[in-house]
Design a binder for this molecule. Structure first.
Ligand code: ZN
Ligand code: ZN
Length: 412
């Protein structure tokens, strides 16, 4: 039997149990750094596989270490994110969220289930591979703070330092059954900004006695949109979105201040620097032009670097994935504009690889593509990946990559 044939039967064997685990996780989503129920579910699922399990101290992470037949060799870290989103689920799935205002709308329930399955398959075949496997459950990916918290908590000092870090993410950009590879820059640098524009409040009937921060905010928003169209070199990615504006309480009161919330996405470090500097320059200049009583405050409160897929590693894993999933199911794709704190692990000087996992129902995907429309994306209240075959593909892809890196002898 070929490696992929053996693997297929391994996956088929664990799939029903893992689908059940995924449904349980999906029903009970938790948000942020503290996910005690999710941590407990993972601990229980990984409990009897023979891993050395450690729970996070300040955050609800979980780290499992598994050693192969000979523990000398490569150390590989495989990460699954654990957190959900503040979204009211409307997917209609029979296992929909039972928590009001929270939903696994980014598919992290599927990532955790795949990690547990891969852990089981690797544990049962540990005599056939060499090296050290580290499996981690990471909270707070959505607030891009969990990876950094785990690094600060000693992930690479209390446990074996990995030679390679791996992760995958499900999405509707590809049909379920397929995976996508992007060598080099995979996604964007992300920066969250909170800008407060100060004015001078007063009566809505007497604007001449005030400095209206809403008008300044409006001018600022429009001027910010000229950064990507007029300042950044055409072809370079720079997305500047003002996601909210908060100002005022009543139609006939001019308020004292206005707050803008921005997300900024770029691929290249130099473009990121240019865009952030331009935002500061324009925001200050618009306030000055309006005669604001003081300069705006610009608070950069969440940020993450782009994930960089090591090209040589991507090439090696592409071959491993092609032999595991078949050539047709491994697609070379383009970088995406979302962001990820997986880059915090790579920033420690460790080569990384981040795989795109197809999640779309193949028929619905084909129909949407033919109609020029899109299926509900990650973070949508309607997000519902086709778990079979997406989960099966995730497990096969993870085990295929791990066996390639951990020099498995091809038999289980
Ligand atoms: Zn996600
Ligand atoms: Zn997400």
């Amino acid at each position: 039997m070929t490696t992929s044939g053996t693997l297929r039967s391994d996956v088929a064997e664990v799939a029903p149990e893992l689908t059940d685990l995924r449904h349980r996780l999906h029903r009970a989503p938790e948000i942020g750094l503290q996910l005690p129920r999710t941590q407990e579910t993972l601990l229980e699922a990984l409990g009897d596989l023979g891993l050395e399990l450690t729970l996070g101290q300040s955050v609800t992470s979980i780290t499992g270490v598994l050693r192969g037949g000979r523990s000398t060799g490569t150390a590989v870290l495989l990460r699954a994110d654990m957190d959900a989103l503040p979204v009211q689920e409307r997917s209609g799935e029979p296992f929909s969220s039972e928590i009001d205002g929270a939903m696994h709308a980014c598919g992290h329930d599927l990532h955790m289930s795949a990690l547990v399955a891969s852990a089981g398959i690797m544990a049962r075949s540990k005599d056939a591979w060499h090296g050290t496997l580290m499996l981690i459950g990471q909270p707070a990916e959505e607030t891009i703070s969990g990876a950094a918290a785990m690094v600060q908590g000693g992930l690479f000092t209390r446990f074996p330092r990995p030679d390679v870090v791996l992760a995958l993410h499900v999405g509707n950009e590809l049909p379920a059954g397929k995976v996508g590879i992007v060598p080099g820059i995979y996604n964007t640098n992300a920066d969250s900004l909170r800008i407060t524009i100060y004015g001078k409040g007063g009566h809505g009937s007497a604007p001449h006695t005030t400095v209206d921060p809403i008008v300044t905010a409006a001018r600022t928003i429009l001027a910010l949109q000229t950064i990507s169209s007029r300042e950044v070199k055409p072809g370079e990615l720079a997305v500047i979105t003002v996601g909210y504006i908060n100002a005022g309480t009543k139609n006939n009161i001019i308020p004292d201040q206005a707050e803008l919330g921005l997300t900024v996405r770029t691929y290249k470090a130099e473009v990121r620097k240019q865009v952030l500097a331009a935002i500061t320059r324009i925001t200050n200049a618009e306030a000055q032009a309006a005669g604001a009583p003081r300069a705006p405050s610009i608070d950069r409160y969440e940020m993450t670097d782009a994930v960089y897929n090591d090209p040589a590693l991507a090439q090696q894993l592409r071959s491993a994935l092609e032999s595991t999933l078949s050539k047709d199911n491994v697609i070379m794709t383009a970088p995406i504009t979302a962001s990820e704190d997986f880059s915090a692990f790579i920033a420690q000087g460790i080569p990384g690889f981040y795989l795109s996992l197809g999640g779309a129902n193949p028929e619905q995907y084909a129909a949407a593509t033919a109609a020029g429309t899109h299926l509900p994306s990650n973070h949508s209240a309607l997000f519902a990946p086709a778990v079979d075959p997406a989960l099966h593909t995730a497990i096969a892809a993870e085990v295929g990559m791990l066996r390639s890196l951990l020099k498995a002898d091809g038999r289980t």
